[in-house]
Write a protein that binds this ligand. Sequence first.
Ligand SMILES: Cc1ncc(COP(=O)(O)O)c(C=O)c1O
Length: 433
Amino acid sequence: MDNSNSNKIFKEAKKYIPGGVNSPVRAFQSVKREAPIFVKKALGSKLWDEDNNEYIDFICSWGPMILGHNFKNVIEGVREAIENGSSYGLPTKLEVELAELIVKCCPSIEKVRLTTSGTEATMSAVRLARAYTNRNKILKFQGCYHGHSDALLVKSGSGLLTEGYQDSNGITDGVLKDTLTIQFGDIKNLEKILKTKEVACLIMEVIPANMGVIKTDINFLKSIRRICTETNTVLIFDEVITGFRISLGGAQEYYGVIPDITTIGKIIGGGYPVGAFGGKKEIMDLIAPVGRVYHAGTLSGNPISVRAGFETINYLYENKDRIYKELEIKTNYIADEIRKLIKNYKISACVNNIGSLFTIFFTNKELVENLDDALTSNISDYAKYFNIMLEEGIVIPPSQFEANFISLAHSDEDISNYLKASEKAFKIISEKI
Ligand SMILES: Cc1ncc(COP(=O)(O)O)c(C=O)c1O
């Protein structure tokens, strides 16, 4: 495969952009490539790079593109919205309609505030929880990623895991001290910590997807809900990935466990910059201008993002009975076929999948249930797998510790090509062992 144009662009990029990219995982560093591919365009399930190579895309912009790239309703809506101007700094009717749609779909959200990213949504949700409880400390699970605000970068997943570190320089000791972390699944320590009644909120990915995908036990979730209620701890479900993906009402609807605050993003912007946090009226009405918890944004509720999000969610809402079943069937099929290949080629690996998310962990473990398990993965086998897949025209996450995303646009042929490429990769990996 010719990657000369991408390689050339990356050389230039590194002169002007730190590491040549605007988000670390995009550099393809952990999969040992000279340069990432630079994308020129996308349509449906496909991407094309600057060398005109065609790929089937299993990153899907890390989640937003659940309907596939350039989905007709979204593009037509955006074209129409652009004609009316880009941003006003004043409210629009469509923001109200989007909020109404979100409230209708999400079981726990009574009121919702839009932000410009998932990071802002989680940061503001934590601030709100602190104000509501008058407590400073927060609790999170190791390996969960909630964006890049200071308080939430502690023992974080996603790019920090990929790059081999779990928190960031530049965060004060005071902030570090107030963020407590435990292993995913550790209900004993969770109860012990929350019983101190010093913790404002527990923030969690209901289905962790930033240390690879982890399947959550329903009883664990139910216990969390009970303990949070007993200790007056605000339970924040970070559904930036799982919202509108695991089901229309997110992972909370899927599991039937309801948080106090939910954060969403990605899909609700249809590929444009967005985030949101919402929850009980009683808590949400603490936000300015009603209350004294400040949240604002020049581009919050941007009309183009809102239109793209509205068209996406409206389509999901109108076709929910078909879409979520279809996505789950496709993903189950991929996961089952990969499990067969792992067995046939005697690869040390296992697959976690739920809804339209899956991760192949290159580990000896039969089940990956938390960060310690995920960290047993052989990242050089993952790098081999990634590189063979790319050569075969399949783009998967350039990191062991991320999810693959299935969209409505993935056809049977795309899935069959993905499996054929995986078989080729497993064969090569097994021969080298
Ligand atoms: C669960 C979760 N929360 C929050 C974020 C942050 O969202 P954003 O990248 O839009 O700031 C992400 C991003 O991947 C995420 O996966």
